[in-house]
Ligand binder design. Structure first.
Ligand code: FPP
Length: 233
């Protein structure tokens, strides 16, 4: 099977999953974080080299404090589990946070930085990106700022090189759960030629089988990158 080099996943539907069960939204995020861990490890087992999970958008700060705090707590807990679980460390040789970390509470920001620094050297083996306080437009503004003083024309390569994902392949496949069919400011530049896969299933309900289906869909696509296929020449 033809595997994507880089998969992006928009984990949507935690709130609805909880509501259906009469639970607070935070319960959906707790279950969602378990699914996150299960699926990250599955992607490793499949041999996917780079994956990016959308965990917290620049707009998510507008949610009620209780919900924001529950998400921040889950991020901290994930880092603790990461350090204490040798199996997981082996599977995620490198973890990078995509997004502006300066907005997080100091302790979490420092732990994110420490995790990135401790694992950066292993990026060529397996890369897990967690998009946190991330928005593609923010990322592009940051890139343009970095390029502000460059002499000569700005090329598409310059922009790619100024993104959080500067040393990683473009996204080949985006999966969005929860029924919506939009990109919601996620990896807009990197996903220029990505195949898009949508499922109605809510993120906490996602299993390895759903990922297999998305990968089968990807494998069946003929990617032309704006050119025409061989038979039409
Ligand atoms: C969108 O669903 C999901 C989020 C805003 C949070 C996603 C975060 C996780 C799954 C936890 C990840 C954990 C780690 C450790 C990275 P929603 O709440 O908007 O769902 P709704 O559309 O049903 O309301």
């Amino acid at each position: 099977m033809n595997l994507p080099r880089h998969i992006g996943i928009i984990m949507d539907g935690n709130g609805r999953w909880a509501k259906k069960r009469g639970l607070p939204r935070s319960a959906g995020h707790i279950m969602g974080s378990k699914t996150f861990r299960k699926i990250t490890e599955y992607l490793y087992d499949l041999g996917i080299k780079v994956s990016t999970f959308y965990a917290f958008s620049t707009e998510n700060w507008e949610r009620p404090d209780e919900e924001v705090n529950s998400l921040l707590k889950l991020f901290g807990e994930y880092i603790t589990i990461y350090y204490n679980d040798s199996e997981m460390k082996h599977k995620y040789s490198s973890v990078r946070i995509l997004g502006d970390k300066s907005k997080f509470p100091e302790e979490l920001r420092d732990r994110f930085l420490e995790l990135e620094n401790n694992t950066a050297a292993n990026a060529s083996e397996y890369q897990l990106n967690i998009a946190c306080n991330y928005g593609s437009r923010d990322e592009l503004c940051r890139a343009f700022e970095l390029l502000r003083d460059k002499d000569g024309p700005i090329t598409s390569e310059d922009i790619s090189n100024a993104l959080y994902t500067h040393d990683q392949p473009d996204v080949d496949l985006i999966i969005r759960t929860g029924g919506e069919k939009r990109l919601s400011n996620f990896l807009l530049w990197q996903a220029a030629y990505a195949e898009l896969y949508f499922t109605d299933k809510l993120w906490p309900d996602i299993t390895e089988k759903d990922i297999d289906e998305a990968l089968e869909f990807y494998s069946s696509r003929e990617r032309r990158f704006g050119k025409i296929d061989k038979d039409n020449k």
